[in-house]
Ligand binder design. Structure first.
Ligand code: GDP
Length: 444
């Protein structure tokens, strides 16, 4: 996501970098490139126009001409304005003073509403809320069952018409659900509504009837980021027909150009509250416009990275490894466990994408093969416990046996052992409080 846009923008800025003073012509040329890059990324024309207009005004103003590094200043302005079209300051979900808080989900069929309902329920539950899911999508075959399956997975009850899929009146179900939530003291109610493949009057009517029945605290417009230019029309239709208080971008993991993501907040005037990046229930996070803007501009997203690392890293396990390091008993078994932790931190590509300066290293990144970790695991699994703990015992014939056992080659086994030795050196330096010098990386 945003890969092309990010590349294009960083190329544009590269050509600025060498310049001391920037002339109006330099700025106009840069703006032309930015405009082209945004349009190619499918960002809505009206959004592009407003965006470049604002950047131009500021870039020609004092802050750039007086800046020590004018090119850097222009990048900063683009960053600020990108953040602004993504909704400005991050906004949190609004909770009602008197529970239950009612969150209504609206959007086209297939946008990811039902999946999102499950993710949101899980996320809220983890924060000690007591959510109730409401199946008010009585149009799509199986929508009720899908929600029930999700509810069961995340341990959140689902309020649904007794007869199940495709039956009942969605407005009545939603109203009854709110009564039930009040009686049973649920703190948040998430109402999943029906969508159609395209915008139509009947769907809008049903959504606004449900809205009137449940008086939601939030109406979240769920939009598939792969929708392209069309996203803008759909967003406008929902904004006018039902009203939108917040946006959720789904399928940000997809290979699309990202234009929808950059247009909907401006078009609806509602901030993006969450983004969803996969089918799994954990592939969901609060949205931070500033972090996304700097990610697009390839300034990295260190905060998200740290959060993700903290969430997935087993603290006890890390402590144990750190202690081992301190006593300098780091073994291949530990190396294996460490790699498994790394794997748990999510796809390596995702993770690397969050680091700054990665656009340049993109080609290498494309070539990065996650199967490498799997092969490494296979090699270590083929070792005996003694070999894992004392790699020094690994002579030629043992290495050959391990290569056979793991379906790899002796060269690969040798390389792994070499890498392990390097890694343990680095680890030992770190354990002693030093900062290792790893070739090819820059401190961030
Ligand atoms: P609904 O019709 O709006 O309720 O949409 P669903 O929740 O059924 O989602 C439609 C499809 O998109 C399902 O196959 C989901 O698994 C998938 N999906 C939902 N969110 C995401 C996401 O963030 N990334 C990806 N790759 N797939 C998603």
């Amino acid at each position: 996501m945003f890969g092309n846009l990010s590349d294009r923008l960083s190329d544009t800025f590269k050509s600025l970098r060498g310049k001391g003073k920037l002339s109006a012509a330099d700025i106009d040329e840069t703006l032309r490139d930015i405009r082209r890059a945004l349009l190619e990324a499918d960002v809505a024309l009206e959004v592009v126009k407003t965006f470049t207009g604002k950047v131009r005004e500021r870039a020609l103003g004092d802050e750039v001409s007086k800046a020590l590094n004018p090119a850097q200043q222009v990048v900063q302005i683009v960053n600020d304005e990108l953040k602004a079209i993504l909704g400005g300051e991050a906004r949190k979900l609004a909770f009602a003073k008197n529970p239950p808080t009612v969150i209504m989900l609206a959007g086209l069929q297939g946008s990811g509403k039902t999946t999102l309902a499950g993710k949101l329920a899980k996320w809220l539950k983890e924060q000690n809320h007591t959510p109730l899911l409401v199946a008010a999508d009585l149009q799509r075959p199986n929508a009720v069952t899908q929600l029930q399956v999700l509810g069961e997975k995340v341990g959140v009850p689902v309020f649904a018409p007794e007869a199940g899929n495709g039956t009942g009146d969605p407005v009545k179900v939603s109203r009854d659900a709110i009564d039930f939530a009040k009686k049973s003291q649920y703190s948040v109610v998430i109402v999943d509504t029906a969508g159609r493949l395209g915008v139509d009057q009947e769907m809008m009517q049903q959504a606004s009837d449900i809205r009137d029945a449940v008086s939601p605290d939030e109406i979240l417009f769920v939009v598939d980021s792969m929708l392209g230019q069309d996203a803008v029309n759909v967003a406008k239709a929902f904004h006018d027909g039902v009203g939108v208080s917040g946006v959720v971008l789904t399928k940000l993991d997809g290979d699309s150009r990202g234009g929808a993501a950059l247009s909907v907040a401006t078009v609806t005037g509602a901030p993006i509250l969450f983004s969803s990046t996969g089918e799994g229930l954990d592939a969901f996070e609060p949205f931070y416009p500033d972090r996304m803007a700097s990610r697009i501009l390839d300034m990295g997203d260190i905060l998200s990275l740290i959060e993700q690392a903290q969430k997935n890293f087993d603290e006890e396990e890390s402590k144990r490894l750190a202690e081992k390091l301190a006593t300098e008993q780091f073994t291949l078994q530990d190396f294996l466990e460490q790699m498994q932790q790394l794997k748990r931190m999510g796809s390596m590509k995702n993770l690397l994408g969050m680091l700054p300066g990665i656009a340049q290293a993109k080609r290498q990144l494309e070539e990065f093969d996650e199967r490498e970790i799997t092969r490494t695991e296979a090699i270590i699994y083929s070792m005996t416990p003694l070999e894992r703990n004392q790699p020094k015992v690994l002579n030629g014939s043992r290495r050959m046996r391990i290569a056979k056992g793991s379906g790899t080659s002796v060269t690969e086994v040798n390389q792994l052992i070499q890498r392990f030795e390097q890694a343990s050196k680095v680890m030992k330096t770190m354990a002693r409080g030093g900062v290792p010098n790893i070739p090819g990386t820059n401190p961030v």
